[in-house]
Ligand binder design. Structure first.
Ligand code: ZN
Length: 134
């Protein structure tokens, strides 16, 4: 079996982390698939998706601080939109995740959540979810 779905989210600031674990789990539940794989794909070039800690809000803050150190705005950038630092962060963090589905649930560690990460917001963004299995 396979199922494709999507949902929209609204980001609230230029850099923003939104926990989308519940929305992705809803897509898995709606698919009726109990054992398989779930792919989460972000169709944007200045936003990304990652798995990280859900307990301490300082974790997203610190990761964003590190990403800003790795990819600051630079005057040498040529891209006319002026958001090359955001494009770079998207490439560093990534546009998709592959997750294990077992017992109809996403297999995640206790402290893990799925985070949509915005680097050029606020915007309305889209998330695609493909679930495959039986
Ligand atoms: Zn751009």
């Amino acid at each position: 079996m396979t199922a494709l779905s999507e949902f929209n989210i609204r980001t609230n600031s230029q850099t923003d982390w939104i926990n989308i674990t519940n929305q992705v789990q809803k897509a898995v539940s709606a698919s009726g698939i109990n054992e398989g794989i779930c792919v989460v794909f972000i169709p944007h070039t200045t936003a990304a998706v990652t798995i990280n800690e859900n307990a301490d809000p300082d974790v997203p803050r610190d990761v964003n601080l590190a990403l800003n150190l790795i990819s600051p705005d630079r005057r040498e950038f040529r891209h006319g939109e002026g958001n090359s630092a955001a494009h770079t962060k998207t490439s560093l963090v990534g546009s998709s995740l592959t997750l294990i589905v077992t017992g109809g649930k996403l297999l995640l560690g206790t402290w893990q959540s799925i985070w949509f990460t915005e680097y050029d917001g606020p915007r309305t963004r889209k998330v695609h979810v493909r679930v495959m299995g039986e």
